[in-house]
Design a protein around this ligand. Sequence first.
Ligand SMILES: O=C1O[C@H](COP(=O)(O)O)[C@@H](O)[C@H](O)[C@H]1O
Length: 268
Amino acid sequence: MALTWTHKDRGEIRVHENLEELSIDLVDYIAEISEASIKEHGAFCIALSGGSLINLMGKLVEPPFNKIVDWAKWYVFWADERVVGKNHDDSNYKLAKDNLLSKVNVFPRHICSINDTVSAEDAATEYEFAIRQMVKTRTVTASENSDCPKFDLILLGMGSDGHVASLFPNHPALEVKDDWVTFLTDSPKPPPERITFTLPVINSAASVVVVATGETKANAVHLAIDDLPSLESSLSLPARMVQPSSGNLIWFMDKPAGSKLDGFKFSE
Ligand SMILES: O=C1O[C@H](COP(=O)(O)O)[C@@H](O)[C@H](O)[C@H]1O
């Protein structure tokens, strides 16, 4: 059974017994938000990430989820993408297409992926333009609190360095406030060229989920969530900068990733 609690300002924390339990809870949550968003505004606008997250979403393509989810109302985006060809093994689009999107009935025209034939800078500009068009036509809701889109759900993985999307510790991309999408050509994790949602967009979502598994993430999870002495908390850890202004923040993790959390230690 999951150990669950709510931190006063870091959202809801769910530490799962194992990956099987985590993946069931994660897809349950996605299906629930999908249904609620479709009821509310007729569409579900979800932004995916890459990495280990996509495997943990695998149960969405199995019964009962493949039948009960209203795939025709899904609009799929990426919180970050590597600037490589769509058939390249590093492509977040390819990962999601192979494991998820090719197995359910999402309309191809509802899949908003980046242009893989242009530079990182141009890909970021075009992707932001496409999202702006979808806000104008009200497919994507506009935030009431900022000049940003309000995605129904942004799913983020987290690296062991605390990066989320392609926002890396101490990288200037963390400071971008006026763009929805920015680009980098010097990612510390390969491949170097990437595009990413900026923090204002992530923090304007109706729901943000961060998924972290494995012991190598335990320290970053602790730094991202626990109350810290002021020196440590001033670290520019991207995962700690995920602070939705009015939306929900939920952390899904397994026991090894949660093992250094204050709440986890006290419960043992
Ligand atoms: O490079 C990336 O890494 C993160 C984390 O990946 P994980 O395999 O450690 O879960 C991922 O969320 C991001 O989308 C990706 O581009």
